[in-house]
Write a protein that binds this ligand. Structure first.
Ligand code: FPP
Length: 231
């Protein structure tokens, strides 16, 4: 069964830390290590697209300390890991409302996107300040502008047009969505794109999610019978 695009909800960093009586921020540090391991692994597996959920538009509700820490961590990872990503041909894209991010981090994200835009290895999408309903709303606004300008008849709006105007425009939908940490919900992630996506929920907390766990999820996916609503 073809598998080009895997999406992940990386959940459970704080629970991992709580279980060990570590400060919660250490859970996020370990989460970064887990993501690094996985990016190397999927690069070797020749997966084309990996899309991970790093910060949702609802995560602003966390304490200021945690939000600031996460942004600082993202900035640090970008600086420290950029060379390895670029060397391995990874193309890095951020999905979400980037305008609301702290200016320094935003600049760093934009630079990274520009510098890796021509890479032909793994496409790694990091959803940051992302919410699927916001993404769909933004797409509707873009299409409405075309209607307003007289370039498009509402009767001609297609599903494909909506897909193309999402932050993921031009990418295939994910065939598989993995959620760590055991919660059985989508949490406003890739709602349009995952209409036919196979879901794999594991109790494993994100810092412990290893390449072997990833391969188990792929093996499970390979057994699924995808019918696309047909027979
Ligand atoms: C979930 O754990 C994870 C996050 C809120 C996002 C942060 C992700 C990382 C630090 C991984 C690396 C990412 C990048 C882009 C470098 P949680 O805090 O929701 O844990 P809980 O479910 O136990 O509360």
């Amino acid at each position: 069964m073809p598998l080009e695009h895997v999406a992940i909800i990386m959940d459970g960093n704080r629970r991992w830390a709580d279980l060990r009586r570590y400060p919660r921020l250490k859970g996020h540090q370990e989460g970064v290590k887990s993501l690094k391991r996985l990016v190397r692994h999927v690069g070797e597996r020749k997966l084309k697209y990996l899309t991970v959920y790093a910060f949702s538009s609802e995560n602003w509700q966390r304490t200021e300390e945690e939000v600031n820490y996460l942004f600082e961590l993202f900035g640090r990872v970008l600086t420290e890991e950029f060379a390895e990503l670029a060397e391995n041909g990874v193309r890095l894209t951020f999905l979400g409302q980037l305008a609301a991010m702290p200016p320094k981090l935003r600049k760093s994200m934009e630079n990274t996107m520009q510098k890796t835009a021509g890479n032909t290895g793994l496409s790694l999408q990091v959803a940051i300040n992302y919410g699927a309903r916001l993404e769909i709303t933004d797409a509707v606004k873009k299409i409405a502008q075309q209607v307003k300008a007289g370039l498009l008849d509402p009767a001609d709006i297609t599903e494909e047009m909506i897909s193309d105007n999402l932050y993921t425009g031009g990418m295939p939908d994910p065939e598989l969505l993995i959620r760590t940490g055991g919660e059985m919900r989508l949490s406003n992630y890739l709602l349009w794109q995952s209409a036919y996506t196979e879901l794999f929920v594991t109790q494993t907390l994100w810092p412990e999610f290893s390449p072997e766990h990833f391969d188990q999820a792929i093996a499970d996916f390979a057994q699924r019978n995808r019918r696309w609503g047909g027979d």
